[in-house]
Ligand binder design. Structure first.
Ligand code: AMP
Length: 212
């Protein structure tokens, strides 16, 4: 079962992906995480990637496509995976077809722009294990420290207001047309992302069903 979670940055794709990944026992492929890992390599490609991410722009399809192709060919992906943050444009949805990656279900997580801005400004991530927190909803037990590894929490570089606004603009212009693309194929489902985390998870599991 190959799933796609669609939604604005901060809609809760990562949170829900990690919940359902445990239940379905399939890995999460977050292109945002893969790109941030590559940025830590500090080479020429990293500089190029950073220049897009720090401005809230989409990394060119060629670069993100290569990163995705390499990841899906790893053995843990052979029984399926959850795509978080890909496709983000119509050209990327078509790229999945070209790579012969069949998508079974696409679930859009709907959240208002006002809520997105609030969430992203209060998001914190662990410097070490990258676990995601939110000072309004998913608070760490000890202020500023990760519950799992006790390392420092930080603000993502692209979670500042100017970049957030740009990312939202890119989402509306480039990513929302992807919903219509999948609606036409009958694979598209939607949930309201401002409900309780557990309620959303239950809805996702119901949509996914037994995988058939
Ligand atoms: P995310 O962690 O999903 O919010 O992604 C952070 C940033 O990584 C985005 O603002 C883009 O700059 C880049 N990125 C992530 N996924 C993609 C993608 N599928 N295509 C292009 N750029 C991406």
């Amino acid at each position: 079962m190959n799933l796609v979670l669609l939604g604005a940055p901060g809609a809760g794709k990562g949170t829900q992906a990690s919940l359902i990944s445990k239940k379905l026992n399939i890995p999460i492929i977050s292109t945002g995480d893969l790109i941030r890992d590559k940025i830590e390599d500090n080479d020429a490609v990293a500089d190029t990637l950073k220049s897009y991410v720090n401005e809230g722009k989409l990394v060119p399809d060629k670069l993100v496509g290569d990163i995705l192709r390499a990841r899906v060919s790893e053995p843990d992906c052979r029984f399926g995976f959850i795509l978080d943050g890909f496709p983000r444009s119509l050209s990327q949805a078509k790229l999945l077809d070209e790579l012969q990656i069949e998508v079974d279900k696409v679930i859009g997580i709907e959240v208002s722009d006002k809520e997105i801005v609030k969430r992203l400004q209060s998001r914190r991530i662990c410097k070490n294990c990258k676990k995601v927190y939110n000072l309004l909803s998913i608070k760490p037990r000890v202020e500023g420290r990760c519950d799992d590894c006790n390392q420092e929490l930080m603000v993502r570089q692209d979670d500042n207001l100017q970049v957030i606004e740009n990312r939202l603009k890119v989402f509306h212009e480039e990513t929302q047309p992807v919903e219509d693309f999948y609606k036409k194929s009958g694979k598209y489902f939607q949930v309201f992302g401002e409900d309780e985390i557990q309620k959303i998870e239950e809805q996702l599991l119901e949509i996914i069903g037994d995988g058939s």
